[in-house]
Design a protein around this ligand. Structure first.
Ligand SMILES: [Zn+2]
Length: 124
């Protein structure tokens, strides 16, 4: 029985407005895309599509967890998270890689590192 296996890859890098405006970002992406296409081809993988989101860290209260380095959105500071209120949530697929989190004893902690008693703790 024939099957198709579709694999998602998530990656990120830090950038800033200046880098984006100077085109440094675009040049970096063009080089990356060329290398990725070459690499996928080596393993008989066909690139279907990719997408990129730019997230303003402070505005969205996104940071690294101060304990484990997971990327997290501090739901204490941004209770609605990425929800835009409509059915087409542009960020919906980022749930896999950007964890919910909150503030505990002055630290930004992801849901896995927060105590279970915290509202955004994993098992709460
Ligand atoms: Zn964590």
């Amino acid at each position: 029985m024939k099957q198709i296996a579709i694999r998602k890859h998530y990656s990120y890098f830090m950038t800033n407005t200046s880098e984006i405006q100077k085109g440094v970002f675009d040049e970096k992406m063009e080089r990356l895309d060329a290398e990725i296409a070459e690499l996928l081809n080596k393993y008989d993988l066909k690139l279907i599509s990719y997408a990129m989101r730019f997230i303003q860290l402070e505005k969205m209260s996104v940071s690294h967890c101060e304990k484990c380095e997971n990327i997290m959105i501090n739901r204490d500071k941004n209770p609605t998270g990425f929800s835009s209120g409509d059915a087409t949530n542009f960020y919906a697929d980022l749930d896999f890689v950007i964890y919910d989190g909150g503030t505990h004893e002055g630290k930004n902690l992801c849901m896995e590192c927060l105590p279970t008693s915290h509202r955004w703790g994993y098992f709460s």
